[in-house]
Ligand binder design. Structure first.
Ligand SMILES: NC(=O)c1ccc[n+]([C@@H]2O[C@H](COP(=O)([O-])OP(=O)(O)OC[C@H]3O[C@@H](n4cnc5c(N)ncnc54)[C@H](OP(=O)(O)O)[C@@H]3O)[C@@H](O)[C@H]2O)c1
Length: 277
């Protein structure tokens, strides 16, 4: 059985789908008894992880597991696990944004390396799905108001991360590897906005906005304080120096990484106005 933490996240859900499709037994950790995961998936509440048996491999999502990383890995080892794959971030290697966010990933990596299981570390660039945060304003105004337009990143499609994670969870040759997973195209924020416009078939604009205004807007929208800290800090750094671009997805999957333009096409309904959905 393969244990997937963060199973309802954009990566975890796709990993579950790929593994089930490939015939694996999957235990999905979620607090939601109606998580809508594929038939045959065993749902495990986070509080029940200690009780499960017969685990071969674990996908570790640091955000979902929080302070329980050591405990989850200890239970997994007792349950027979030999392998762990962790969803980390490129910021561990290419510092951007506030150090406290980077430290969370660094700490998870350190625990994983020392836990006695075969490990694979996936240091991910910013997920394409992060730009779903623009959907409300695009639907309402046809524009994105954001800070640091020149911040460039090679955003990675979360489905590519999931495909690599599924490989690493099931094939021993990825043990001891640290993979930097990015898209292959470094894009600024106006370029990403334009790609969504192409997917929608109408021009969208990116309106440069002072960071403080962006922060106030996010807090007014009810987002926790850490979200603007996390986002604006890294954008400021990526405006000074673009995020990394690698060919790792292509090397591991034997095909190019999915482009941001293709991601935008696949998710256009989320950005379309009423009546266009
Ligand atoms: N977004 C990025 O750009 C980026 C970049 C690099 C790395 N990462 C990392 O990649 C990993 C995967 O991200 P993701 O967006 O797919 O999903 P995620 O953050 O792992 O969240 C997935 C699920 O975790 C559960 N969860 C969240 N908070 C929880 C809490 N406090 N207690 C218990 N469960 C909780 C929720 O599931 P239920 O409600 O079903 O319980 C949630 O749907 C994360 O660790 C993230 O930090 C993200």
């Amino acid at each position: 059985m393969i244990l997937i933490t963060g199973a309802t996240g954009v990566v975890g859900r796709e990993v579950v789908r790929l593994l089930v499709e490939g015939g694996a037994n999957v235990a999905a950790v979620t607090r939601d008894p109606h998580a809508g995961l594929p038939a045959g998936t065993r749902l495990v509440h986070p509080a029940e992880i200690a009780a499960i048996d017969g685990v071969e491999a674990v996908l570790l999502s640091p955000r979902a597991v929080g302070a329980a990383v050591s405990g989850v890995l200890a239970h997994a080892r007792e349950a027979g696990a030999r392998r762990v794959v962790v969803l980390s971030a490129v910021t561990v290697r290419y510092p951007a944004g506030q150090a406290r966010f980077r430290r969370e990933f660094q700490e998870a990596e350190d625990i994983v390396r020392a836990c006695g299981l075969d490990w694979t570390i996936l240091r991910c660039a910013d997920f394409a799905a992060n730009t779903l945060a623009w959907a409300g304003q695009i639907r309402a105004t046809g524009a994105v108001r954001g800070a640091y337009p020149q911040a460039r990143t090679s955003t990675v499609d979360e489905r590519d991360i999931a495909a690599v994670a599924a490989l690493a969870l099931t094939h021993p040759r990825h043990a001891g590897q640290t993979y930097l997973l990015t898209g292959e195209q470094s894009l600024s924020q106006p370029e990403k906005t334009a790609a969504i416009g192409v997917a929608l078939g109408r021009a969208l604009s990116f309106v440069e906005t002072a960071p403080e205004e962006v922060r106030r807007g996010m807090l007014a929208a009810g987002l926790p304080e850490e979200v603007p800290d996390r986002l604006l800090g890294s954008l400021a750094d990526y405006a000074r120096e673009a995020g990394p671009t690698t060919g790792t997805v292509r090397r591991l999957l034997g095909r190019p990484a999915r482009t941001y333009a293709a991601w935008a096409m696949d998710h256009h309904a989320a950005f379309a106005g009423e009546g266009r959905r």
